[in-house]
Design a protein around this ligand. Structure first.
Ligand SMILES: Nc1ncnc2c1ncn2[C@@H]1O[C@H](COP(=O)(O)OP(=O)(O)OP(=O)(O)O)[C@@H](O)[C@H]1O
Ligand SMILES: [Mg+2]
Length: 350
């Protein structure tokens, strides 16, 4: 559906060059919600703007719905862009137009009949839950309502793709939830493909199917949200994950558990689906002569699949601990050995 292939983008500011994108490749399938997360300046907006060629790559290919956008002439590109809606962090509404006209504007520009405009705008305002606000002006709406207008306007030309640039960053947590619910709803109802960028992991968690993590103009990790959340590999991804699962051991806690007389290992255990956490943990104690200590546990849901993270510490005879680890590995989705120490009064690394 969308393929950005080996995209490079260099901006020239005075005599200085800024390499905003350094060889980024992403593929978004039809009907998917694809999230791009990264810190400020990572290149997210620049990447998003490649998809409708608001920004042209210095090199690389942009393929949307089978069309190579860089090969199109102006008229063809205008046609292709109609199939791509976009919403912004600050809504970008026209303050002197009422809500109806804000949504109608793009239809008028495309010479849609008056009657059809009325039908379409009414339908869109209903879809976003603002049917009673047609006559209001942007200044009379809350942030969440303004973003709903932004969404209605982006959907006016029946796009196949919706691009969202930090669409919820200016909103409070509760309003964010309602806008994310709306995006999920239109993704399902209209089969719309959505590419969104954000710096909030919970936005990714709540609505995305796939995620790419960006840093310094590069994608450092990408995959299904479930896979990336289960086993984040890159440090930046792990840091973003900590906003969801704060599984970093507090210093005091590490100090408390440092005095051990036997072989001790600390594991990060990932459960997926309905693998029963408690029975695995229960079995360890009954099957193996090891001490089991649960240091952290959390469970969440990624689009309907349960995902659990446990940090556990096992101590005992080395052979038996190793056996217990093999047993856990066979029973759960993933096990990462975070630290292991032998002997007396060793300090566990974090
Ligand atoms: N038009 C431009 N001219 C010059 N430099 C630019 C331009 N647009 C972006 N950049 C630079 O490219 C880099 C990536 O910017 P971009 O806006 O894509 O980051 P971002 O990940 O969207 O950040 P934020 O989260 O702050 O929106 C930054 O160093 C930025 O200064
Ligand atoms: Mg940006």
């Amino acid at each position: 559906m969308i393929e950005l292939i080996d995209i490079h983008k260099t901006f020239r500011v005075d005599k200085r060059e800024v390499e905003a994108l350094k060889g980024v490749t992403i593929r978004v399938r039809k009907g998917e919600i694809y999230g791009v997360i990264g810190f400020s300046g990572a290149g997210k907006s620049t990447l998003l703007r490649m998809i409708n060629l608001l920004e042209k790559p210095t090199s690389g290919k942009v393929i949307v719905s089978g069309q190579d956008l860089l090969e199109l002439n102006e008229k063809q590109l205008r046609g292709a862009r109609k199939k791509i809606g976009i919403i912004f962090q600050h809504f970008n509404l026209l303050s002197s137009y009422n809500i109806f006209d804000n949504v109608a504007e793009i239809l008028r520009m495309n010479k849609v009949s008056k009657q059809e405009i009325k039908r379409k705008v009414d339908e869109l305002l209903k879809l976003v839950g603002l049917e009673d606000k047609a006559e209001a002006y942007p200044s009379q709406l809350s942030g969440g309502q303004k973003q709903r207008v932004g969404i209605a306007r982006a959907l006016a030309m029946d796009p196949e793709i919706l691009l969202c640039d930090e669409a919820t960053s200016a909103l409070d947590p509760q309003t964010t939830e309602s806008i994310l619910d709306l995006l999920l709803d239109i993704n399902e109802k209209l089969g719309l493909t959505i590419v969104l960028i954000t710096h909030e992991m919970h936005v990714i968690q709540k609505i995305c199917d796939q995620v790419a993590v960006m840093e310094n103009g590069q994608v450092i990790e990408q995959g299904s949200v479930l896979d990336i959340f289960s086993v984040p590999k890159h440090n930046t991804t792990k840091n973003f994950m900590r906003t969801i699962f704060n599984d970093e051991m507090p210093e005091e806690m590490v100090n408390k558990i440092k005095k051990v007389n036997s072989y001790t290992t600390r594991l990060r255990v990932t459960f997926r689906g309905d693998a029963a956490m408690d029975s695995v943990i229960g079995n360890i104690s009954s099957k193996f002569a090891v001490d089991t200590n649960i240091l952290y546990g959390s469970i969440t849901s990624i689009k309907g699949t349960a995902l659990g993270i446990l940090i556990i510490q096992l101590s005992g005879e080395r052979d038996i601990v190793e056996e217990a680890i093999s047993y856990i590995k066979g029973a759960v989705y993933h096990v990462e050995v975070q630290a292991q120490k032998e002997g007396k009064q060793e300090v566990l690394n974090t």
